[in-house]
Design a protein around this ligand. Structure first.
Ligand SMILES: Nc1ncnc2c1ncn2[C@@H]1O[C@H](COP(=O)(O)OP(=O)(O)OP(=O)(O)O)[C@@H](O)[C@H]1O
Length: 213
């Protein structure tokens, strides 16, 4: 379970005050709110990419507030995927497990499982420039899930896809979240998308104190 308690984040002149919410194990919560209300700032703090000034973030009862990003077991899929241009799809899927020094056999097994689950087995030797938007999204998701993180953070990860690719990736996410049994926090501006993917929709204005600039 993800528990965010009394969290305050200062980012330049922007402040997010006293944020409180939970995501139950294996559940998907959609985080909504107006543009500039601090959704990405909050997600980045959970991932360890922004410092917090007060409060705590716990994941399965472990206080991760001050851990380095790589120690948190939290994975992020940003809107623009940010794939590594020089790495193949296989290398993207192996990236996290290699950093965590998994055995070669375990890495090969995990890559095979994920590639099957995400429908990218035929793309394993390609580099990002040879992938479509939907294929790139599958790879970004695979890279995020490779080390079996406890929490998956999706920051407008479905924005910018054409209608049919959007439906295809939404379905894939529903399937993957349930088969990997992963706790998920999903930022979106689409209520329909939020309702289709998440069991609960929360608005940042409801879980924080009024913003001050
Ligand atoms: N590095 C920074 N320094 C100062 N202010 C920043 C910085 N990054 C973001 N902000 C400001 O912080 C506020 C929150 O931004 P954030 O990206 O978290 O909002 P958001 O809710 O995710 O917006 P959107 O829905 O448009 O993506 C905005 O007012 C933004 O201008």
């Amino acid at each position: 379970m993800l528990t965010v308690s009394n969290l305050t984040i200062q980012s330049g002149s922007f402040q997010l005050n006293d944020v409180n919410f939970e995501v139950a194990n294996g559940a998907c919560v959609a985080l909504m709110g107006t543009s500039g209300s601090g959704k990405t700032t909050l997600m980045e703090a959970i991932c360890g990419l922004r410092q917090v000034t007060q409060g705590s973030i716990t994941l399965d009862q472990i206080n991760i507030t001050y851990l380095r990003p790589g120690e948190r077991q939290v994975a992020l899929v940003p809107q623009d995927n940010v794939l590594f241009p020089h790495l193949t799809v296989r290398q993207h899927l192996s990236f996290g497990p290699e950093i965590q020094r998994w055995s070669t056999t375990d890495i090969a097994k995990r890559v095979e499982t994920l590639a099957n689950e995400l429908g990218i087995s035929h793309l394993l030797d390609r580099k990002p420039t040879m992938l479509s938007g939907g294929e790139s999204k599958r790879v970004a998701l695979g890279r995020a899930l490779a080390t079996r993180p406890k929490l998956l953070c999706l920051d407008e990860a479905l924005t910018g896809l054409d209608d049919s690719t959007h439906s295809e990736i939404l379905e894939l996410l529903q399937h993957t979240i349930s088969s990997e049994q992963i706790t998920t926090l999903h930022i979106t501006h689409s209520l329909r998308e939020a309702q289709e993917l998440a069991q609960e929709v929360i608005h940042i204005s409801e879980i924080s104190q009024p913003l001050s600039h």
